[in-house]
Design a protein around this ligand. Sequence first.
Ligand code: PLI
Length: 464
Amino acid sequence: MNTPTHKHHTWAEPYKIKMVELLRMTTREERLAAIREAGYNTFLTRSRDVYIDLLTDSGTSAMSDRQWAGMMLGDEAYSGSENFYHLESVVQEYYGYKHLVPTHQGRGAENLMSQILIKEGDYVPGNMYFTTTRLHQELAGGTFVDVIVDEAHDPQNAFPFKGNVDLEKLAALVDGVGTDRVPYVSLEGNVNMAGGQPFSMANLRELRLYCDKHDIPIMLDATRTIENAWFIREREDGYAGQPVRDILREICDMTDGCTMSAKKDALVNIGGFFACNDDEVFQKAQNLVVVYEGLHTYGGLAGRDMEAMAQGIREAVTEDHMAARIGQVRYLGRKLEAAGIPLVEPIGSHAIFIDARRFLPHIDQEEYPAQALAAELFIESGIRTMERGNVSAGRDPLTGKNRLPKLELVRLTIPRRVYTQAHMDVVAESVIGVYKRRDKIRGLKMVYEPEYLRFFQARFEPVS
Ligand code: PLI
């Protein structure tokens, strides 16, 4: 089996660097001008003004030489590309689903699945919302219902499986609205909005039993499920030393299909897919994909993108990759913890989440403390992070009020195979620098609010 062998430094990178991208350093004045120009929204800053980019782990991974070599094998035929058949066989092997429909990225797959499975008036239970996932559920006429365990909403709770589904919450929904109003359970691996927190295999087993009894499918958001498998290997009885690929298959085999943003686990810059076992659902997805994405053998991707994805999946399931990936995130997390920075516990897989409520207790949640903190980190050192709090949660479609989530977080998202340990040290120093002057940080008011997924394009000004 493929396990890390160096006993003193178990997460040392299992690769060496062949090509580099030069970074630009800026002055504080330049960064201040840039964040004002961007309406205090890190999504609207320009990449050239960023020193260390922790906005997202989505599409920001460094591909391997083998992935790049695969791109030269792109079969750019409109139909029947060889790369499609290769990707299909890799998804069947590692994820285990029978059918594959490629999409340009995760939300393309969410659109297809939501339109096919959800009817007007349905309720979709899930282990916490994700922004695009919930929006597609709502656009298809559904209402998202949060059925994650309570621990997930408490940043200081160190429960090891904060991604678990609370079966009592699920049963209360199903009993209340009836099974025919619940088209599927939406189950996300390593729950992003909870801080990158896994579900356990034991929880999934119980969920499967419940869903079998009530004839409700389980649709996985597989985006970071290889990382979830790693945590099961580390934390769950009976899984120590088990191959990650076997754990991934065990998860997928207990679900009925998935949406996937391959831009995360699968180490590519673009791509996604919908996969399922049901022949009828597959036929509908194959038909619908030509409306929104492209023919069913490319789904909005180039042949070369599918080839890079197939190779990326193979690399992502290796233990040495995962040890380095999670090890680096944990290295940064432990440094911040040691300095007393309030974080979501336990440290998740893809990011460190700073608890902005405790970092900036003097700022009311209606003045967007996490948004203000993300802007401040950018001003401090050119580190670009992302708000995951009041702005991301958006408004309740019925009341029109801010949803005011319990979690008001800033996400320091670590791209895979991109930054070094010294970069992580710089990040820690910057966060600590801002923490020391936190009393002087002011809240923000929103001066422009787009209708959909407002966090991407909203603009702010400091409150006076
Ligand atoms: O960005 P997409 O369309 O490839 O994927 C959407 C998506 C679906 N599910 C989950 C759990 C995600 O994290 C996700 C995208 N996440 C982004 C862009 C992120 O920065 O976390």
